[in-house]
Design a protein around this ligand. Structure first.
Ligand SMILES: C[S@@+](CC[C@H](N)C(=O)[O-])C[C@H]1O[C@@H](n2cnc3c(N)ncnc32)[C@H](O)[C@@H]1O
Length: 504
């Protein structure tokens, strides 16, 4: 028996309007609970103090966000009776069985990305130890979900599938904001589909469908122009929670998400999957992910936006230190990582596009997210890589105008030698639109200095020839490799194709 009841539309509407009117939104709740970000409450932080404890928002924060049980008398004094009754009919309010005269909520309820979301409780009502059920519905206010949502595109799409949806947060917020005309949330857990359906009613959304089943099985026969997925990716020898554990490498579900995409992605459609993968000694994660696409890999572009990498030892010890695995299990996992030739774990957003343009070869790339990398920068990079792979791009590169990016930094290393001081190395770096760092030759530094004033590719080529910076055998077409690399890394900005923030 799942918690929550599907009351009347009127009940849902009353509760929604009341919560909105009471300021049940992230910033006021953070202020009331004394936390900087809502996800901090999941770590046991947050407390409503003083007079706020008996205020309307204070009581809502205590009951639904912090998971406390609250005195019925305080509740009745602050919350209208009709709302209490509607909440009761929806299964959002119960008597606390362990304390007379107190109320509790069987679920957690929190605002996130413009929608109200119920998920499973994160703590016992009275503090104390708490064990979530194996099919617990993952709360959407976590740091990881925040990262997932932050990197998703805000551009409109027609049919969006949120795979491994949990509360359905990505589909619900896309449906509510108008990003998706129609949105589906699919999850293997019946409990998650039940919660997502409830969330759609609570937010009054009709362009939303919650389905239940393994990966793409419940949407067989449908096609989507956008798929978003935040699957479980924590390595485990035995699964405890469906939302977290994903086989001994942590890739079991992500593999299925990628492998099943060719069947349901519309031409030109994209999959965005936030996951952690393995870089093996002999093969990078993105190359392996491309193989998961199977025989159709040639029809797909793939970009991995790396957020973080960490060695296997760091992952194993963090699992043990955070109590997610016993020390024995962590040691055994590490042994298996070593056996499998794992060089590192990499965490980030995998973007896969079924490219609609068959006149060019597919691309496969990795870039590293910087502090200001968001969906617009990812879209920019996909566009750049697609254009770069198209035939005849050398001509475009030669005719384009470039300017050295104001974000580009250059450092040089010197050594003291008998004749004086010598430059022993030059490095350029940027953190926008992505993080990039590269050792360069002094002549490339001269190119970047020359481009502080706008220059076309051809002018840069001629400058290099004139100054004797490149061998005379190097023709303009060959020279474009340098322009492609400098512009693709963000060291040079190509006019008409500047990264989003530079456009402003
Ligand atoms: C980390 S949670 C993410 C939930 C939600 N997308 C979010 O970001 O808050 C992973 C979700 O994947 C679901 N899941 C695990 N295995 C699955 C499978 N084989 N097919 C579909 N969903 C699955 C879990 O039930 C869980 O809801």
């Amino acid at each position: 028996m799942f918690p929550l009841r599907f009351g009347s539309s009127d009940d849902f509407e009353q509760v929604r309007d009341f919560l909105t009117g009471a300021g049940f939104a992230p910033e006021p709740l953070c202020r009331t609970a004394g936390v900087g970000k809502l996800y901090e409450v999941l770590g046991g932080r947050g407390r409503v103090e003083g007079a706020d404890r008996e205020s309307r928002l204070g009581l809502l924060a205590r009951l639904y966000v912090l998971g406390e049980s609250v005195p019925k008398a305080e509740w009745d004094a602050a919350i209208p009776g009709a709302i209490t009754e509607a909440m009761g009919r929806l299964g959002l309010l119960d008597k606390d069985p362990s304390a007379a005269g107190r109320l509790l909520s069987p679920v957690m309820l929190a605002p996130c990305e413009g929608v109200l979301l119920v998920s499973d409780r994160h703590c016992a009502p009275g503090g104390g130890p708490y064990q979530a059920p194996a099919d617990a519905v993952y709360p959407a206010i976590t740091k990881a979900t925040g990262e997932f949502l932050r990197l998703l595109p805000r551009t409109p799409c027609d049919r969006l599938l949120d795979l491994c949806a949990g509360t359905g947060v990505a589909a619900l917020s896309a449906a509510a904001s108008g990003v998706a005309r129609q949105a589906w949330a699919a999850d293997v857990l019946a409990r998650a589909a039940h919660f997502a359906r409830f969330n759609a009613r609570l937010n009054g959304l009709e362009n939303f469908h919650a389905v239940e089943g393994d990966l793409y099985e419940p949407v067989e026969g449908l096609e989507f122009d956008r798929i978003v997925a935040h699957p479980p990716y924590v390595p485990a020898l035995r699964s405890k929670w469906t939302f977290r554990d994903a086989g001994e490498a942590g890739e079991a579900i992500s593999h299925g998400v990628v492998a099943g995409a060719p069947k349901v992605l519309a031409p030109g459609g994209r999959l965005y999957c936030l996951t952690t993968g393995l870089d093996l000694n002999e093969k990078s994660f993105e190359r392996r992910a491309r193989e998961w696409l199977g025989g159709e890999a040639e029809a797909f572009d793939l970009l991995f936006v790396e957020i973080d990498t960490f060695p296997p030892e760091a992952l194993a010890s963090s699992l043990a230190f955070r109590g997610q695995r016993s020390p024995e299990e962590a040691r055994e996992l590490l042994r298996r990582f070593e056996q499998a030739g794992v060089r590192s774990f990499c965490h980030g957003m995998l973007v896969v596009e079924k490219h609609a343009d068959s006149s060019r070869p597919p691309f496969l790339n990795r870039c590293v997210a910087g502090p200001r990398t968001g969906p617009a920068e990812i879209a920019w990079m996909m566009e750049w890589l697609g254009r770069s792979a198209a035939p005849g791009f050398e001509r475009v590169l030669l005719e384009s105008r470039y300017r050295t990016s104001p974000q580009c930094r250059m450092t040089s290393e010197h050594a003291f030698e008998r004749e004086g001081v010598a430059v022993t190395g030059i490095t350029v770096s940027t953190d926008y639109p992505f993080r990039a760092e590269s050792g360069i030759q002094p002549w490339t530094a001269q190119v970047l200095a020359e481009c502080t004033q706008p220059r076309t590719g051809r002018q840069i080529y001629e400058f290099c020839r004139r100054e004797g910076l490149i061998h005379e055998r190097i023709g303009p077409a060959e020279f474009t490799a340098l322009l492609r690399s400098l512009a693709g890394s963000g060291f040079l900005e190509a006019e008409g194709f500047k990264p989003p923030a530079a456009e402003g």
